[in-house]
Design a binder for this molecule. Sequence first.
Ligand SMILES: Cc1ncc(COP(=O)(O)O)c(C=O)c1O
Length: 430
Amino acid sequence: MTMHNMQDRTDALSNFAGNLSQEILQAILNPSTCSPTSSSSNSLHPTSPSPAEQPAVPVRKRSKTKEGIIMEYIYFGPGPAKLPKEVLEQTQNELMDLQGTHVSIMEMSHRSPEFTAIVNGTIEKAKKLLSIPDNYKVLFMQGGGTGQFAAVPLNLMSRTGKADYIVTGSWSAKAHKEATKYGKATMVHDKISKYGSIPDPSSWKLDPEASYVYYCMNETVEGVEFQYIPDTKGVPLVCDMSSNIFSRPIDVSKFGLIYAGAQKNIGPAGVTIVIVRDDLIGKALPICPTVLDYAVMAKENSLYNTPPCFAIYTMGLVFDWILKNGGVGEMERRAIEKSNMIYNLIDNSNGYYSSVVHPSCRSRMNVPYRVKNDEDLETKFLKDAKSQGLLSLKGHRSVGGIRASIYNAVLPEHVQKLEAFMKQFLANNP
Ligand SMILES: Cc1ncc(COP(=O)(O)O)c(C=O)c1O
């Protein structure tokens, strides 16, 4: 709308509205600037408005059953995964006009001061949540976890041309295979024929000359999670934390590099967070693509090229949500409570439900299990679960069975509903 048209419309409305207050008139002309969320706050990530202030937003994931009961749908997908309700509501409220800028986050220039503030604020929140030491850089990259399978060797292998890999599931296997393109990538233990355990560290043949030791802390497909940080005797440790980052406190100083795709615990797909120690930056192989070069990304504050602005912004909101909900310590407490609900039920079901993962490395984030080892019964389980509002519980195609992904945004009360359903299903289908 031109200024001229705008004035015409204002005049016409003023005549029509007679004694309507200026405030109401403004609300008619430009509802977004008058909404409670776009108030005069200076912060680009303000705290969410109280429920009383919330503008009416369409509520989803609820419907009425035949009996008239309001049913909430709970999403247990492995990634992209459930986001906190408050974060979705805030993104919805701010989508047309980010904090009175009259521009959507999807339209805003990545070189604008507003977006620079978002990037810097998001880095600060990540540092606060994980107590990241000053000698580490936080980068926001693209290409997902799979991009990092290549970026890690391309940036870190030049020191000795070789690296060690601990392979405990599908994702570390893929990372290992990718690394063989760029140097000598050695698996430090015998190949595991069926994933579900971690070879004893005393059996690992670690090479003191390796440029780094790589592992995946939580194997999303098989539900295998390390409950300790491997001791690499001084060789830089690299970790894929795509599916459990920010679910527990971590001593970052024990790692050379940590990375995670956002789409499980911390945001929408499109951004990958990389936390890398300063001394490992700047040694990329000459063939390393510029967008995967940690030195370039660190120098440009992750703004070398157009970043995934919406994903970074939403990740910042998720960090706010974690901070508001007690930080990673509280996320860990909840993760233990939630996963124990399901594992205890499995263990007390006389084999009706079963897990192939060794109890010492059962994941708190992804709980795969079988129902009587019976595919037909599992199909019924998934159908019945869906009718109760419990969505996306199918196991990965390579493993089958059921998988409940219970990331941070899946709350204890959500897992209680799954637990109750599992008990009922057992009773109804002995
Ligand atoms: C642990 C882990 N690493 C890496 C990946 C690959 O991530 P992306 O699909 O973002 O490339 C995934 C994807 O699910 C994952 O769970």
